[in-house]
Design a protein around this ligand. Structure first.
Ligand code: HMG
Length: 445
């Protein structure tokens, strides 16, 4: 069976950044350690006034197409995953295709376009749709462009403000991919939840603490479902575990639970038992409460073991590096986590071709999905070529007062006139509204 997966990837970050420990925390009268250590985000990426989900998505896609020498006719499908859409009918992919058509010869008139919604999970669901479309033989030799793009802004004063971000990830999905091939096995954990939602409103209604528990519960279910088709997982089976990363602190919690699960009934559990005993088994306890208390005690000890900490440092830490520099990109976050890990592998000279990743995606509302990916021969060259450092380092540093202006400028309820903080160059920009209230864009040389 021909491998299908991610052939190329580019990101586009919002061009502004807010330093959470140094700028946000003092303005809120909070300890910088909450952001630097607890939440784990140093900078939130934010969009300049001429940036939005369309410009970031189109700029990432253009970078990818230019680098790979692609023309519109090479693309048979454009799917956009977002939870920041501004139109309930016309999909963001049509706006992005329009932008791209303004700079390329040719057009996307025979490409299938759509928009996917399931909170942060829809980036992965769009990759799935593209995978299925290629596997079904409906692609006529063409590749699919998947663009996950979001402005993850919260209402001012909401605790979620600490996890904001803005950016896009463009991925080319194709046969014989250069970066990773996707497994056919998948696991799902899905339930009707009201932890985080946007019922026809720009900023989310969030029950932050509950959203953490829902994330962990759905991920566990997805892992069990994955194992029911792929067999038991073991820490040694996977070199990295990129998870949806609303903030690195969330992944710290998920990783500990995941490690307990994948080491149960293995020689790792036996080896750990010498220091911290075997994992509690429910049958050995008189009540659910006693069992849960024992689990909490085991986990507290587990996270202090050298074995766990070494695994975390090698398999998890590299996945959250970019997230700590940009915040939550919602639909793009798990794809940023994968990219982050692959970049760390280059930096540390890790040979990856043939190795596996276990990828955990999540969307509030809520659903988790877990699948495996096999790293392909061309991964190093592709990942090395992606434009990341220059963008992250080139962002404009906002003062707190400037941040307040930027937030207002993107707030649909407010009409404020804010000057751009950066100068657009060689990119698509938002220019205002047209006669049918459509958003308008142009390419600035
Ligand atoms: P909060 O109440 O502002 O923060 O809310 P906190 O007091 O819980 O502190 C955060 C962490 O920092 C805690 O760590 C503190 O102990 C620690 P934890 O106990 O959780 O391990 N801390 C410190 N550490 C070191 N030094 C200090 C210090 N002070 C505190 N001085 C919350 C945090 C995440 C709830 C909030 O930001 C929020 O509501 N965020 C939005 C929701 C969210 O991101 N949920 C995550 C799971 S749901 C999800 O991922 C889906 C999502 O991406 C949406 C989608 O799918 O579309 C959000």
């Amino acid at each position: 069976m021909t491998a299908v997966g991610i052939d190329a990837i580019e990101i586009r970050t919002g061009k502004l950044r807010l330093d959470l420990p140094e700028t946000f925390a003092p303005a809120k009268g909070e300890d910088p350690g909450k952001y630097a250590k607890g939440i784990g985000i140093q900078y939130s990426s934010l969009p300049d006034v001429y940036e939005d989900i369309v410009t970031m998505g189109a700029n990432a896609a253009r970078e990818l197409m230019d680098r790979r020498g692609l023309v519109p006719e090479d693309i048979g499908r454009i799917d956009v995953a977002t939870e920041s859409a501004f139109d309930n009918s016309k999909p963001v992919s049509t706006y992005i295709a329009g932008c791209l058509e303004s700079v390329y010869d040719g057009d996307f008139h025979h490409a299938n376009k759509g928009e996917r919604k399931f909170a942060c999970l829809s980036g992965t669901q769009s990759v799935d749709d593209a995978y299925n479309w290629i596997r079904a033989g409906r692609n006529r030799g063409r590749a699919a462009l998947v663009i996950a793009t979001d402005t993850a802004l919260y209402a001012r004063g909401d605790p979620g403000e600490a996890t904001q971000g803005a950016g896009a990830v463009a991925m080319l999905i194709d046969e014989d991919p250069n970066i990773v091939a996707l497994s056919t096995e998948q696991g799902y954990g899905s339930a009707d939840e009201t932890d985080f939602l946007k019922p026809n409103q720009q900023f989310p209604s969030v029950d932050g603490k509950r959203s953490i528990q829902v994330y962990l519960a759905r991920m566990r279910e997805a892992l069990e479902d994955y194992e029911s088709v792929a067999g038991d997982t073991h820490p040694d089976d996977f070199v990295y575990f990129p998870f949806h990363t609303p903030y690195p602190g969330m992944v710290r919690k998920a990783a500990l639970l995941g490690y307990r699960h994948i080491t149960r009934n293995t020689e790792v559990e036996d080896a750990l038992a010498e220091d911290i005993g075997m994992q509690p088994r429910e049958d050995d306890y008189g009540s659910r409460e006693d069992y849960e208390e024992a689990i909490r005690g085991y986990m507290d000890e587990l996270k202090e073991t050298r074995r766990y900490q070494e695994w975390y440092e090698q398999a998890i830490d590299p996945t959250v590096d970019i997230s700590g520099q940009v915040g939550n990109w919602y639909t793009g976050s798990v794809h940023v986590a994968r990219l982050s890990a692959l970049r760390a592998a280059i930096e540390n000279d890790v040979a990856l071709a043939g190795e596996k990743l276990l990828v955990g995606s999540y969307g509030s509302g809520a659903q988790a999905e877990i699948h495996a990916e096999t790293v392909q021969e061309g991964w190093h060259e592709e990942v090395d070529a992606a434009d990341v450092d220059q963008q992250l380092d080139g962002r404009y540093d906002l003062s707190f007062e400037e941040y307040e202006l930027v937030h207002d400028a993107h707030n649909h309820e407010k009409e404020v006139d804010v000057d751009a903080f950066t100068q657009p160059s060689g990119e698509f920009v938002f220019t205002g509204w047209g006669r049918m209230n459509e958003r308008r864009y142009e390419y600035v040389e």
